[in-house]
Design a protein around this ligand. Structure first.
Ligand code: TYD
Ligand code: MG
Length: 455
């Protein structure tokens, strides 16, 4: 076969060059050139095919039928939830996450389950067939319709797909796959882009659902061009601290369901198990009567979860006070400490503060402010807050407690777990049905909240 010609294109301004250039002569940006295949003239352009494999047509919006796209549910309800019900035929799902977090484990388990619904082709560029088989045995994953293929060459993979005609595919990982026609190294932007374009073609023309594993950069984004995330239908991130057993699967893009949905798993000896009641695990190791601890009902996606926030405040030894935060944003912690100093008269400027969200979760939501403030004040004053209290509210710069979204859902979750009292933003309470069985107290300032929590 004649070698396909390639060209280099500036990803900033689409300037085309026959050879690689460090700086684009058109827009002046550095390092923006990526290699691309030149499509041979003879190859006729295929028209875009829809999910049903038919060519698209113009339709009046009123006449578009609202047939539900069929979804195949896996045995993992937490995964189905994140996918918006299940696996949709002919779609690409990208799963990103740190190395060792459990992406291969999850997809191996899911492949075993999907093999009950159709043919599965698991393409691995990272491990040998023996290695995957050993892991599969440990996870007790198998099935007659489960095919393993240790390969990285996209041409060979395409050929196998034609022969095997699988219903589901796993590509582990996109960074290890290569287009033999491109001279760019494996894992380069150009390779990832072409590989994904090919996978998209495979998925749409053969109606195959493809899970693609993507490595992440140090910054936490999926390595490769941004276009990768645009090309796929669903982007999931698998997160968690490798040193903890809990893992969170989060949808950041989903054409077939809500984003911000989240599934929680536990890494066990025999693979990933779903966690049906996450609040319990984030509270289970809470020490009774400890200072510097406060519970928040935080919203992860649509889902309220109760998490313990811990603070340790100690006098600084060196001039500059330290602020360290695990699972929380350090800038937010600094801001809350400044508000406490100014609006609640706590002398925190020469105190070191260490903050932590228990269980290795990452929280990023304004409604956790009040609980952080209470935990800090509790540690600083060495007074415990009642163990049956839960705190919800955003803290403003003037010390006001601002309202939050879905207070009702958060309160119900707190009540379900036996919390007796909730300190919440007063503004939230107007016109809201307060659930019975939990005492709800509205506060408007941080001072009021601390008085209730710590006196
Ligand atoms: P893996 O799925 O290989 O991660 P990724 O593909 O995201 O790089 O996960 C590997 C880690 O998971 C490894 O540190 C061991 C751990 N693990 C378990 O704890 N239990 C298990 O049953 C398996 C298969 C892995
Ligand atoms: Mg892996």
């Amino acid at each position: 076969m004649a070698k396909t010609k390639t060209q280099f294109i500036c990803s900033n301004c689409d300037f085309i060059s026959a050879r690689y250039l460090g700086r684009c002569p058109n827009c002046g940006e550095w390092g923006t050139f990526v290699e691309e295949k030149i499509q041979p003239e003879t190859q006729s352009r295929k028209s875009r095919v829809g999910l049903d494999g038919k060519a698209a047509k113009v339709q009046k919006i009123n006449q578009v039928s609202l047939e539900e796209t069929p979804k195949v549910a896996t045995d993992l309800k937490e995964l189905n939830r994140v996918l918006g019900g299940g696996v949709v035929a002919g779609t690409l799902v990208l799963i990103g996450g740190d190395p060792g977090i459990g992406k291969s484990t999850l997809l191996l388990q899911v492949s075993g389950q999907l093999a009950n619904h159709g043919k599965v082709l698991y393409v691995t560029g990272e491990e040998s067939a023996t290695q995957v088989k050993m892991r599969a045995d440990r996870l007790q994953v198998g099935g007659d319709d489960f095919y393993l293929y240790p390969e990285t060459d996209m041409e060979a993979i395409k050929k196998q797909v034609e022969e095997l005609k699988p219903d589901f595919m796993v590509i582990d990982s996109v960074q290890t796959m290569q287009e033999p026609d491109l001279t760019s190294p494996i894992g380069s932007v150009a390779q990832i882009r072409e590989v994904t374009a090919d996978l998209l073609q495979i998925a749409k023309t053969n109606n195959i659902s493809i899970f693609i594993v993507g490595h992440v950069t140090k910054g936490g984004a999926i390595a490769g061009p941004k276009i990768l995330e645009h090309m796929v239908d669903t982007v999931l991130y698998f997160e968690g601290d490798r040193h903890y057993k809990y893992r969170i699967l989060r949808a950041v893009k989903n054409r077939f369901g809500a984003t911000n949905e989240l599934g929680i798993f536990e890494m066990r000896d025999r693979g990933l198990a779903e966690v049906a009641n996450p609040s319990e695990i984030f509270l289970e190791e809470r020490l009774a009567g400890a200072t510097g601890s406060a519970i928040v009902a935080t919203l992860e996606g649509e889902r309220p979860i109760l998490v313990e926030l811990q603070a340790l405040v100690t006098p600084s030894v060196f001039g500059n006070a330290q602020r360290t935060a695990t699972g929380l944003d350090r800038n937010r912690v600094s801001l809350i400490m400044a508000v406490l100093e100014k609006r609640a008269n706590l002398l925190l400027q020469n105190q070191d503060a260490y903050l932590k969200a228990a269980g290795g979760v990452k929280l990023d939501e304004p409604a956790i402010d009040l609980a952080i403030a209470v935990a800090i004040a509790s540690s600083y004053q060495d007074k415990e807050s009642p163990a049956s209290d839960v705190f919800i509210g955003e803290l403003g710069l003037t010390g006001e407690i601002r309202s939050v979204s879905d207070l009702e859902g958060r309160l119900k979750e707190a009540r379900k777990l036996g919390f007796a009292r909730a300190i919440v933003p007063k503004n939230n309470l107007g016109g809201m049905d307060v659930p019975d069985g939990i005492k709800v107290i509205g506060v408007s300032t941080i001072k009021e909240a601390l008085k209730l929590a710590l006196d």
